[in-house]
Write a protein that binds this ligand. Structure first.
Ligand SMILES: Cc1cc2nc3c(=O)[nH]c(=O)nc-3n(C[C@H](O)[C@H](O)[C@H](O)COP(=O)(O)OP(=O)(O)OC[C@H]3O[C@@H](n4cnc5c(N)ncnc54)[C@H](O)[C@@H]3O)c2cc1C
Length: 429
């Protein structure tokens, strides 16, 4: 066979897999749909999370990678540390700390999810991808841009991957393949792994603006979440850092971003602002699915978002890629690597844990229950300047809301009840 390994997808997961496999001496080819591999054409917060967020005292967040990671900084470069799998990556792109995470109501009442400690860094994803691509090429990986992996088929001694590129369709063969083609993965679908997954919601879209000249009157080095039901009842707007003095903001629909820019509380932030880039992303092909529980099917291993409900995070994509390559190397040497990879996957991601579903549905319970900007202002004022996670604070203090707003209390109670039911459904899936 010409190749030991075919990698489909050249995001963080795929590039890391190609780099690691090539450095370890495997013959590897990577196919990527985009012509310019390292261009970040999809929305992404570009945060490197250094706190074990899900289990921290401050509460829970996100669905990503929960093994500890670290950042070591010297004069010239940073080192991103992954002590779980046992590797590190040099990083020389833009890097900025996040020390606050602030939830903001329509009248600017604030709840701090995190306050005054470094819980993560903005890191330039394009620079990160460039460095992985560079290392993969140097180590001898064959990189084929502008080519789509259409599907994979296990054979008795390997795997065939159908690809379509400039010169039409062809079949590549290798001993092993890695599906790193992100959410809505064609490779995961083609090997049948989606049959065991439940669809939880329609695909979720995100739109993002990168802006110059935003003037925000809240503490710097903050990640913000703006919650304004009159503009979008179900989804908050995220605001975060970019290189130089640029910021970004992202949410489900472009009208929401436009609405925030004109909303009286936030309008002054945008008086001198200019949109310099717009990106979008849709998570989940047919819809947002429960995770792949066993990310190995025959000779195909799944890494990163290809196996997650929405996101493993960049750090989870690279960690899983490293672990998948190590599993493949063991299997090629006649040892058992696949089961180790499955076991690792099941403990490394928050979306594999029941608390994850509590967080997700708790969030929707809140969003489903409030209807007006006054509802949100009432709740955020009640917990003004406190440190914690709004959906948890509210669920634990419903009686406080009953006193001032009995009718909102009833709606919230009903919202949390529905959330419990959805959680039971997701946990059984
Ligand atoms: C709105 C939003 C904000 C986020 N913010 C953060 C954050 O702050 N920090 C963080 O760490 N993570 C964040 N994430 C998640 C992060 O972007 C992903 O978890 C990460 O990029 C996953 O990497 P991946 O390699 O698995 O998949 P992707 O990054 O999706 O890469 C998949 C690659 O495969 C290619 N591809 C797709 N289909 C095919 C095909 N059939 N054939 C060939 N190539 C194909 C795509 O073009 C792409 O290059 C965010 C996600 C979203 C949606």
């Amino acid at each position: 066979m010409k190749y030991d390994l075919i990698v489909v997808g050249g995001g963080p997961g795929g590039l890391m897999a190609a780099k690691q496999a090539a450095e370890d001496g495997l013959k590897v080819v990577l196919v990527e749909r985009k012509k310019n591999i390292t261009e970040v054409a999809r929305s992404c917060g570009e945060v490197f999370y250094i706190r074990k967020l899900s289990a921290s005292k401050a509460g829970m967040h996100g669905d990503g990678y929960i093994e500890p990671v670290g950042v070591e900084i010297d004069d010239y470069k940073a080192k991103l540390l992954f002590p779980g799998p046992g590797f590190s990556l040099d990083f020389t792109g833009a890097l900025k700390p996040y020390i606050n995470w602030i939830e903001v109501s329509p009248s600017k009442h604030v709840i701090y999810r995190r306050k005054n400690y470094i819980w993560g860094f903005y890191y330039d994803k394009e620079a990160f991808l460039e460095s992985l691509l560079d290392s993969a090429k140097k180590a001898g990986a064959e990189i084929v841009p502008g080519t789509i992996g259409m599907g994979a088929e296990n054979t008795p001694d390997g795997v065939k991957v159908q690809v379509r590129g400039k010169s039409g369709e062809q079949t590549l063969e290798a001993k092993k393949a890695i599906a790193a083609d992100g959410t809505g993965s064609l490779i995961v679908e083609s090997v049948g792994l989606n049959k065991k997954r439940k669809i939880l919601s329609p695909p979720m879209g995100m739109v993002e603006y990168e802006l110059e000249g935003m003037e925000i009157d809240l503490p710097s080095c903050s990640w913000l979440q703006l919650c304004v039901p009159s503009i979008n009842r179900l989804m908050t707007v995220f605001v975060g850092q970019r290189a130089g003095d640029r910021m970004f903001m992202a949410t489900g629909a472009e009208e929401t971003l436009q609405g925030i820019m004109k909303y009286p509380t936030f309008e002054p932030w945008f008086r001198n602002a200019r949109i310099v880039k717009k990106t979008a992303v849709t998570a989940g092909g047919a819809g947002v699915r429960t995770p792949v529980k066993e990310p190995v099917e025959g000779n195909v291993l799944v890494v990163g978002d290809a196996g997650s409900p929405i996101e493993t995070w960049i750090q989870g994509a690279v960690a899983s890629a490293y672990m998948a390559v190590k599993a493949i190397e063991k299997e090629l040497n006649g040892q058992k690597g696949n089961q180790e990879y499955i076991d690792w996957w099941q403990q490394a991601f928050y979306f594999m844990k029941p608390e994850y579903w509590r967080m997700v549905f708790g969030m929707f319970a809140l969003a489903n229950s409030w209807q007006t900007d006054e509802d949100v202002d009432f709740i955020y004022k009640l917990f003004q300047d406190k440190v914690g996670v709004p959906q948890i604070m509210v669920s634990q203090n419903l009686e406080l809301i009953k006193e001032g707003r009995p009718e909102l209390y009833e709606r919230l109670k009903e919202g949390y009840k529905q959330a419990e039911q959805m959680m039971a459904m997701a946990a059984g899936g």
